[in-house]
Design a protein around this ligand. Structure first.
Ligand SMILES: Cc1ncc(COP(=O)(O)O)c(C=O)c1O
Length: 337
């Protein structure tokens, strides 16, 4: 099941725009990290596994742990809705939900603190730690092989950034073939990954209230911030116009990639679509929910606003030429150091 499901389908969406469409992208790093831990002897039969996740990594891990017989505790937050919680529990995972009480590091900080507490209680447990484990980006080299074997040379990769594993891992592997590969990371306002001011985030799955070790900032050529409403609009468009029923981070990726591909008609562009739409049927795909939550999908901007610094990314689709700089270099520019 895992081998048959963990790789994406490569789909031509427009002339020069291709999708790497995953059913459940996080199955791949979950399986890879568990394989590596088994190979190194860190995991032995029955080892307790503890991880924090708001969604897909938890589900990927729960599937692998169930198949391999490891007990799993997932520490999540309100993004783990009732249906997801049920799916995790049906796989035998124990689910703990923590709340944001305004502590430093926001909700991610609260989740990580709870994982630490659980580790102290069970020092022999294994924590995959998708945010810092190098196995997360490394897992994607097989996807880079698939993309290259299918499409040949790729000029630009666009994808949403959460832990940084997928975009970072894919770009590293694709750049072995084409060092000029242009990498576009897609984030959302309120996420601190690329230095925009911390705030509430409606669009989840991408973005973060911590800066994960697996985000290799100097790999990105440009960064876009998209709003939840824009991403939901693009998610509908991806389904309506191209028949791809995907989640909202796929919409964010499509919004950015379609624009980039249109600006660069001679380039081959690949966009990462991380998961399917089923989990979002009662929200992003539900017009009543959209209306009640103030989302009007009538229109969205057709191009991003250029910004010089992450702090300028107002609540509208924004684009910054990151130019493969270290985070520190971009951040220091802010205070004029
Ligand atoms: C639905 C979804 N999209 C995008 C991402 C971001 O991918 P990555 O963590 O590889 O940066 C995640 C991460 O969990 C996700 O769950």
């Amino acid at each position: 099941m895992v081998e048959a499901t963990e790789l994406p389908r490569i789909i031509q969406v427009r002339d020069n725009l291709y999708a790497a469409a995953f059913s459940l992208m996080k199955l791949l790093p979950a399986r890879f990290i568990i394989d590596s831990a088994e190979a190194s002897g860190t995991l032995t039969p029955g080892t307790q596994i503890i991880e924090t996740s708001s969604g897909t990594f938890g589900l990927g891990l729960a599937l692998v742990c169930r198949l391999r017989g490891y007990p799993l505790t997932i520490v999540g937050d309100s993004a783990v809705d009732h249906d997801l919680r049920n799916r995790l529990q049906l796989l035998g995972a124990r689910v703990e939900i923590v709340e944001d009480r305004g502590q430093p590091g926001g909700i991610q900080g609260a989740r990580l603190a709870r994982v630490e507490e659980l580790r102290r209680l069970r020092p022999d447990s294994f924590i995959p730690n998708q945010y810092d484990n190098p196995g997360n980006p490394e897992a994607y080299s097989v996807v880079a092989d698939l993309v290259s074997d299918t499409l040949g040379s790729v000029d630009c990769l666009v994808g949403p950034v959460g832990s940084g594993g997928s975009t970072g891992g894919l770009a590293t592997a694709l750049r072995h073939r084409n060092s000029g590969l242009h990498l576009v990371g897609v984030d959302t306002h309120g996420s601190i990954i690329f230095g925009s001011p911390e705030g509430a985030r409606t669009l989840r799955g991408l973005g973060s209230s911590i800066r994960p070790g697996n985000v290799n900032h100097s790999a990105y050529d440009e960064v876009h911030w998209v709003t939840a409403g824009e991403a939901f609009h693009a998610t509908h468009e991806l389904y309506r116009d191209h028949g791809l029923f995907m989640g909202p981070t796929s919409g964010a990726s499509f919004q950015t990639a379609a624009w980039w591909a249109a600006q660069n008609p001679d380039s081959t562009v690949v966009m990462v679509l991380p998961d399917e739409g089923y989990r979002y049927q009662s929200t992003v795909y539900n017009n009543t929910w959209l209306r009640e939550n103030g989302f009007d999908l009538a229109s969205r901007p057709t191009s991003p606003v250029m910004v010089e610094h992450p702090w300028e990314s107002e609540n509208v689709w924004s684009r910054l030429l990151w130019a493969r700089r270290e985070f520190r270099v971009v951040a220091e520019q802010a205070v004029g150091v």
